[in-house]
Design a protein around this ligand. Structure first.
Ligand code: SF4
Length: 476
């Protein structure tokens, strides 16, 4: 292991490992899942303030990256579904996809199924070039009362709230954590509240536990072991189902790019190759698994945020590869894989960012690759030092990676990028497993470098589709 600086400040709250995974819908954790949760939170604010019956109209303003690419990311339907009270983990993706247009057609929007308010396209305001200080993904909800019969042009504002979608489905209200994707709001009394890789490895050395053991102990501080294991199993089941569904689906993905799905065709090709005696197909399957998940995500289907939707293919693909080719068949195997990956993702979130709008694609795909490499190394029997080494290698070679989705759709370059990153995760694991964990650049250093690089990166390369590939493809 390389050198690292032990964190001493306490600004960032410890993030539980499993909060990095939440079952939701595509195509974006920050532009679809986060806005849905923000809308639900705002609706509950209205209800708890006894304002529901007084609201005549809503005005919703989208800022920054959400305004720039929200339409392609399904933000509008997610807002309508969220106001209705839909849960990303349980909602019908087909309903969400059409929810905004249906509300416009009716001229009505339901809030928590308790009241209806008028809505029109004019009630949605886009401010793509306005970046609020706390985070580029911001949504302002204004609940307006009825105009006075005595005259006056302005309806009274009953409630005015700004929410931030800060990546991975996490939301904040005016800079304060509001809820995490999987845990109720509150301070988790983690027995091992590590905030750096150095601290995490120190806990491993002190206790004799591996990284998954530390993460499990933290999770079981607030839930029973049975509940935590059930949650891990449901996450893994949802990941597997997503891979299977993606490899069975055909057709064209939503949007004017008209990107054809490829996973089913690749799978058929690989089966034919194997039937003809060529069994050297593991790497191709790995990439097929990732493409399958990201095509499901692009289609707005059920996916697991890992740690975001844009990067949702890497961890399921590497896990499915381990299941198919390396014997990751028992619950203890995939639980170790997910817990280790989540612990590394928590470090990325606590010390840098997992949001493409915040740090570019290095924050999304870089973090996911680092998590998958760590998880695979742990499953294969690597020491905590080798796990840290694998996570560092995987992140290091994504530094500087920009976010420039064409048309604002999470399709190009996102789908192939997940396939390539899945391969990188496997390579990072192989490199780490050939060493003893000793290396020059520590994981803490590379995560801090990711944070600084994201800070210095032009806003044009942060999920705004204003540069890079996004401006070199002509819309037709
Ligand atoms: S380019 Fe990367 S960060 Fe941007 S939307 Fe695609 S996967 Fe997410």
């Amino acid at each position: 292991m390389g050198t690292g600086t032990k964190t001493t400040d306490t600004v960032t709250q410890h993030v539980p490992a499993l909060d990095l995974f939440s079952i939701g819908i595509g195509p974006s954790s920050s532009h679809t899942v986060g806005p849905m949760r923000a809308a639900t939170a705002f609706a509950h604010e209205l209800m708890s303030g006894r304002l529901l019956e007084k609201v005549a109209r809503l005005r919703i303003t989208l800022y920054g990256s959400i305004a720039a690419t929200g339409v392609g990311h399904g933000t509008l339907g997610a807002l309508v579904a969220g106001l209705l009270g839909e849960d990303p983990a349980l909602c019908d993706p087909a309903f969400v996809a059409t929810a905004w247009q249906s509300a416009l057609d009716r001229g009505q929007l339901a809030i928590l199924r308790k009241s209806s308010v008028a809505i029109s396209a004019d009630d949605l305001i886009y401010k793509p070039f306005t970046r609020l200080p706390a985070h580029p993904n911001a949504i302002r909800f204004e609940a307006l009362g009825a105009k006075s019969s005595a005259g006056g042009s302005e309806a009274p504002v009953l409630l005015d709230a700004i929410y931030y979608s800060v990546g991975g489905g996490f939301i904040e209200r005016d800079g304060s954590p509001t809820e995490t994707p999987a845990h109720a709001q509150g301070h988790t009394p983690s027995p091992f509240p590590y905030r750096s890789a150095v601290e995490l490895l120190d806990f491993c050395a002190e206790t004799g536990l591996d990284i998954a053991g530390i993460a499990f102990a933290n999770e079981t501080a607030t839930a029973s072991a049975e509940e935590v294991n059930a949650r891990l199993d449901s996450i893994w089941a949802a990941m597997r189902e997503c891979v299977d569904a993606g490899m069975a689906a055909e057709g064209v993905l939503p949007g004017w790019l008209k990107v054809p799905r490829r996973a089913a065709g690749i799978a058929a090709h690989l089966r034919a190759r194997e039937a003809s005696g060529n069994s050297d197909t593991a790497m191709e399957w790995l990439q097929c698994f990732a493409i399958a998940v990201n095509e499901q995500n692009a289609a707005g289907a059920r996916v697991v945020t890992a740690p975001t939707n844009g990067a949702a293919g890497i961890i399921p693909a590497v896990g499915y590869y381990a299941l198919t080719f390396r014997g990751m068949t028992e619950p203890k195997h995939w639980r170790r894989y997910l817990l280790t990956a989540g612990a590394i993702g928590a470090l990325c979130k606590m010390n840098a960012s997992i949001s493409g709008a915040d740090a570019g694609c290095q924050g999304e795909v870089g973090s996911a690759c680092s998590m998958a490499a760590a998880g695979l190394t742990a499953f294969l029997g690597g020491t905590p030092q080798q796990v840290e080494n694998a996570a560092e290698v995987a992140m290091e070679h994504h530094l500087g990676l920009t976010c420039d989705p064409i048309g604002g759709f999470v399709q190009v370059p996102c789908i192939e990028r997940n396939a390539i990153a899945a391969g990188t995760a496997l390579s990072a694991t192989r490199l780490a497993m050939m060493g003893d964990g000793t290396h020059l650049v520590s994981l803490d250093t590379v995560i801090e470098t990711m944070r600084q690089t994201g800070r210095d990166m032009s806003e044009n390369y942060k999920e705004t589709s204003r540069a890079g590939l996004a401006v070199n493809i002509v819309e037709c």
